[in-house]
Write a protein that binds this ligand. Structure first.
Ligand SMILES: CC(C)(COP(=O)(O)OP(=O)(O)OC[C@H]1O[C@@H](n2cnc3c(N)ncnc32)[C@H](O)[C@@H]1OP(=O)(O)O)[C@@H](O)C(=O)NCCC(=O)NCCS
Length: 303
């Protein structure tokens, strides 16, 4: 029998929870207030009463954009076109609600990565295109790999770079970052994590030239449960990108973490394709020594 595909509500998610990530199952099991700017879309495939496939997406009518957060088909039902039909149904619902674009991001280390890339490619989506890279490992490793950090740090200090821990920085760095983004001098992603509960003021950093001119920033988030310091964002003004200052800041963050919590403290460094030098260094020098290294790939399509 061919599974039946239909849009479902929050109360249908619990029986289908094995077809997504636990945090998404919890989030999509809750009803959203009608006036919320972000609208959830849940599409499930049923074999009789049994859910055998599930897609979860969020979209914003004001921006006409959607993000597919998860799509999975029960193992026994794969390669029968169910994933494709679910995706078509997602696209259909979004089109009906006047959404013009959908994208999805996934790790290339995920077991279903190539299947998902092939599925979206077959459906006419663009990509996959690498968007971000994540490197995870004990800071002791980073310091061992980064042998020339003292030389780089000395040179950067001589050229005027000052690294301040967020907590010690006397000016309004948040306001500065938002203004830089609003005026188009920094990309939108460069504020990711800035307002989250996990923002860590000790290991987030402000990069200045001289005492007061902010030229970049590094955002650090502390995740208590896995006991991990994550650096999702490092941004530096265009004119300083080639000087390796951001790398110096990351190295200093790793050094300070090591000093305070020991060489086994685990850090996750990320870089986007928008910072080619950083990307190359992480990929060439750090990825081979990391505990986990993956790339976040993006696929998208116009509706
Ligand atoms: C990715 C996934 C949803 C695909 O579902 P599916 O129902 O098997 O997909 P379809 O049958 O519609 O496949 C459509 C096309 O995608 C490609 N494809 C699907 N699975 C593939 C695989 N394992 N390897 C290579 N290509 C694959 C093929 O081109 C396929 O067409 P074909 O069967 O005619 O060759 C499923 O493999 C899955 O649930 N994986 C685990 C969860 C996951 O990784 N989700 C992705 C991101 S959250």
């Amino acid at each position: 029998m061919t599974p039946v595909i239909r849009a479902v509500q929050a109360d249908a998610i619990a029986p289908a929870a094995h077809l997504t990530f636990p945090t998404l199952a919890t989030f999509f099991s809750q009803a959203t207030p009608a006036e919320a700017p972000t609208v959830p879309l849940r599409i499930a495939a049923y074999d009789g009463a049994t859910p055998v496939g599930l897609a979860l997406a969020l979209y914003r009518k004001d921006r006409r954009q959607a993000e597919l957060l998860s799509l999975a088909v029960d193992k026994a039902f794969r390669r029968r076109g169910v994933g494709t039909s679910i995706l078509q149904s997602v696209e259909h619902h979004l089109r009906t609600d006047n959404i013009s674009e959908i994208s999805a991001r996934f790790s290339d280390a995920m077991p279903g990565a190539s299947a998902f890339g092939a599925l979206t490619g077959g459906a006419g989506w663009n990509g996959p295109v690498p968007e971000r890279m994540r490197i995870m490992g004990p800071v002791g490793n980073a310091l061992e790999v980064f042998r020339d950090r003292d030389k780089l740090l000395t040179r950067a200090s001589r050229d005027g770079l000052v690294l301040a821990s967020w907590r010690d920085f006397p000016h309004d760095a948040r306001g500065h970052i938002l203004q830089e983004i609003a005026e188009g001098r920094a990309p939108g992603w460069s504020s990711a994590g800035l307002f989250s509960d996990t923002f860590d003021p000790d290991f987030s950093m402000v990069l200045t030239k001289g005492a007061n001119t902010i030229v970049g920033w590094v955002i650090c988030q502390f995740h208590a449960k896995p006991r991990r310091w994550s650096f999702p964002v490092g941004w530096i003004d265009h004119e300083y990108q080639k000087r390796g200052w951001l790398l110096v800041a990351y190295a200093d963050g790793a050094r300070r973490l090591g000093e305070r919590f020991g060489p086994d403290a685990v850090a996750v460094f990320e870089s986007t394709m928008g910072l080619p030098l950083m990307w190359r260094v992480l990929e060439d020098r750090f990825a081979p020594h990391a505990q986990v290294a993956d790339r976040i790939l993006r696929v998208d399509t116009q509706l």
